[in-house]
Design a protein around this ligand. Structure first.
Ligand code: CMP
Length: 227
């Protein structure tokens, strides 16, 4: 149990909680491990729990009518998901699939709602995260509806830079970039198009990349171009 408290305390949103409050959360939650490609949640299922990512990455996906996977987002360590059904009582809005071997902490609906009512600071942090996700979604809607291929791929790279990038002056490095097939599923385009656009960006000196590593060379300009 000591280990569980230590692990849960590492989640930034919980860092201010007393050991007693943490203990209450832990008593009603549990840690579960998933293997890469395991399905964690299925769209339209009933939902009564919320998940915190302790380790690994997950993708949030919806299936199109013709069975194509559309990736809405990729979440990683310290992110949470499953809050939508928990808060509004409707079924799961998307499926969630493990991209790596992952470890998740699962909290039951009632524990989460009680936590929100007793700790306004946590409620505010949750709302801030949801606002950030809405901004990202707006960015993508714009690129998908009016953008060309370069803008679509640029918007996805910008999202990764903002969420996971490490800043070195005006250069931003992104590690663990998903494979081009997955970027394509996020950008609403094909893998071939992602490959062509990224290689053209590299030739123009906008980015450098190699497998799952990418570097944006002039981030302010990149952000203005693809936001
Ligand atoms: P819920 O609807 O309960 O189950 C699926 C979860 O995926 C959802 O809660 C959110 O936590 C998450 N989710 C859905 N859409 C997005 C999105 N655009 N960005 C990030 N997470 C999302």
């Amino acid at each position: 149990m000591e280990r569980v408290i230590e692990v849960i305390k590492q989640i930034p949103i919980f860092e201010e909680l007393s050991t007693e409050s943490l203990q209450k959360i832990i008593d009603t939650g549990n840690i579960i491990k998933y293997k890469k490609d395991d399905i964690i949640l299925i769209e339209n299922d009933e939902g009564s729990s919320l998940f915190w990512i302790l380790q690994g990455r997950v993708k949030i996906v919806r299936m199109s009518e013709d069975g194509k996977e559309v990736i809405l987002n990729v979440l990683s360590e310290d992110d949470f998901f499953g809050e939508m059904s928990v808060l509004d009582g409707y079924t799961r809005s998307a499926s969630v699939i493990a991209m790596d071997n992952s470890e998740l902490f699962i909290i039951r609906r009632n524990t989460f709602l009680k936590l929100l009512s007793e700790h306004p600071d946590i409620t505010i942090k949750i709302i801030q995260t949801l606002s950030k996700r809405l901004r990202r979604a707006n960015l993508k809607i714009k690129a998908l509806s009016i953008g060309n291929s370069e803008q679509k791929v640029g918007a996805v790279l910008l999202q990764f830079a903002l969420d996971y990038g490490k800043y070195f002056g005006d250069t931003v490095e992104i590690r663990n970039l998903p494979i081009q097939q997955e970027i394509a599923k996020m950008a609403g385009t094909s893998r071939e198009t992602v490959s062509r656009v990224m290689s053209s960006m590299q030739k123009k000196g906008i980015i450098e990349y190699d497998n799952d590593f990418a570097k944006i060379l002039n981030f302010q300009r990149f952000r203005t171009a693809y936001k």
